[in-house]
Design a protein around this ligand. Sequence first.
Ligand code: HEM
Length: 483
Amino acid sequence: MKKQNKNLPPGPSKLPILGNLHQLGTLPHQSLCNLSKKYGPVILLQLGKVPTVVVSSAEAARQVLKNHDLDCCTKPSLAGIGRLSYNYLDIAFAPYGNYWKEVRKICVIEFFSTKKVQSFRFIREQEVALLIDSISQSSLSAIPVDLNEKMMYFSASIICRTAFGKRFEGNEFDEGKFQEVVRDAMAMLGSFSASDFLPYIGWIIDRLSGLQGRLERSFLDLDGFYQHIIDQRLNAKETKHEEEQNITDTLLKLESNQTEINAVQFTQNHVKAILMNLFLGGVGTSAITVVWAMAELIRNPRAMKKSQEEIRNCVGNKGEADEGDIEKLKYLKMVVKETLRLHPPTPLLIPRETMSHFKINEYDIDPKTQVYVNAWAIQRDPDIWTSPEEFVPERFEDDIDFNGQNYELLPFGSGRRGCPGVYMGLITVELALANLLYFFDWKLPDGLKEEDVNMEELPGLAVHKKLPLKLVPVKYIAGHSKI
Ligand code: HEM
């Protein structure tokens, strides 16, 4: 098709060489939301050399993720992602094709299926008990608890035990570096590095800005961690019973059997790339969601009280909320939905790349175009949501689900590349939140008011809360709160 006959999506004018790169700002989902308010729900940008379409309405998202899912379900090649995924050998960033289909299928059967996730129930419940114990210590002396730190350790422990068969001790990374390593890796996976967009000179900019150094450090930290897991599993090989086998063992077996997937022999790099997805995909997202939920609840005492009453009435004197209680906690589920609406952990989902020509809203979309679905913008769209900036869990009384068919609520994405960890992520978040609210009343540290809680975001593929959320836990004793 000739260029002049094409009806390309609208967009802002471009600078030479940079195109629209300078308009991404530090939080691209917010900058892109502002651009879509001016130019419409489907916009075309030029990020250096890369044409990029951003969709920001539920209807346009439906066209991308449903009608044209197959046209745009491969992934762009980006420098940071290439390094951290051992050259796209993982699931999330692998190009569409037989390799991706096969490894996703193996991981769904061995790790993400409802049956497997349910079999990990005792691990989640044990880890929640440990989390509550450690917060109880702080409550004795009314010390504020850093919920970012607690939740990152909690979700790392669950992923390590379920996927790697070991507890997460924290000392796998140098002292205190664990949160930094995860946040840095997520920042690298979501970064717009100059070498991806600017031919010839990009790598020089990345070297001077320190991005390349950070990327290499991130890679080496994580590579050492995966190597340690692999060595441990190989050493424990002789002593393991069949029922103690986990997804890491399954992947290592593919390697030792010299299995070929898509005519390529499975190696330890393939194993490490998939471990990367399970670790980074699972740890940050669940932890971030609990932290944002607690930040919203402390700013909204009415919703906090309503949720606590529901949980405490349901659990009574039983001693803890277990997974059997979760289905009964309707308001808690609404709180989680409202949190994921306002704070989708990956606000631009994971970028895709088109494989063929198609149309959205009469606009021509070319092959090899990068596509972002701005879930953050859609989930705050005033045409869909009343008072979209306000935290109102009650808006979910008319059950909208995360089944990938409601394009106004997309925290897990949709279509072929949709998140396979929905059930695992949700049950982890709901169980942790239910127990945090059952066992404790929560106060802001002295001198802070509800409106002072900082809600700024940290840029990255997964958007963390910029400042740690520190709250004072006050142990609740069934029947009489100490407050
Ligand atoms: C609150 C929890 C979670 C949220 C909000 C979340 C969100 C997402 C999103 C938005 C995507 C991209 C979907 C798309 O582009 O359409 C994704 C993909 C993915 N997620 Fe999750 N996720 C969560 C939990 C998990 C967990 C617990 C794991 C693993 C332990 C996981 C592993 C993955 C993987 C492997 C993919 C790539 C799928 C593919 O490309 O085929 N996620 N997730």
